[in-house]
Write a protein of this length. Sequence first.
Length: 302
Amino acid sequence: MPTIAVEGLQKSYGAVRAVDGLSFTVEAGEVFALLGPNGAGKTTTVEILTGHRRRSGGGVDVLGFDPATGGRAYRERIGVVLQSAGFEEEFTVRELVRLQSRLYPRVHQPDEVIELVGLTDKRNARVKTLSGGQRRRLDLALGLVGAPDLLFLDEPTTGFDPSARHHAWDLVERLRDTGTTILLTTHYMDEAQRLADRAAVICGGRLVALGPPDDLGAGSRVHTITFRLPRELSPVDLPALGGDLHADDGSVAIRTEAPVRDIHTLSGWALDRGITLSGLTLTRPSLEEVYLELTGESEHDN
């Protein structure tokens, strides 16, 4: 039985439908990424799944509960790390994590959780003295201390420096290895690529793609051929190819919708002339490229 089962989920605000017939499942023990531009319905979906917002229609089952009516029994089994949270500024980190732990029947030891998120040296510091990245780590600690079966992570590494992001990624992978199911929302495609077993891309409240990150680009028509030309040749010597060609100091990249044809043409041309095209590779689009294509966004929209 899936940990999360969503069927035809809808949420409307007057004439605006923020979530429009969304359906997906999340299996036990996997990291599932929910991707989409601002306003796509990600946060609304997470709020419905955590029981913080009522749906307008459709079915939702999480850990065997309807989040809208699951009450305390449901909340005791989930952890939630929202995009932003308010803290009591005068508490120390350790005091706040210990206080949160008393709300749950099953807990991780507060000091262990504080160490896990990398705040050991700040455990006696007051919250008001923490940096933005340290506060985000505290968010993670508060979400984990209740030993959740299911953890919701909404943009968990926003404001992290590169080192802290990688530390958080290692933490998520360790949690998955212990059997924790994780639903992740993120705007960082490298984060989704690294962490997610499967990803759903939503746009306008609707599902537009679903699958492992490496497979989402399988249906994309645009591939990239890259190689280096021998020094005695220039791009004008290449045969006619169907894609867009970009060259820089001997390095050539061709974006093409007919990769098999162009590889065949290129390799035949090279063999006929006894030429070696060093570093010849054919790659599918990156997850970020696929995401931009699926959502209709451009790099200049953000």
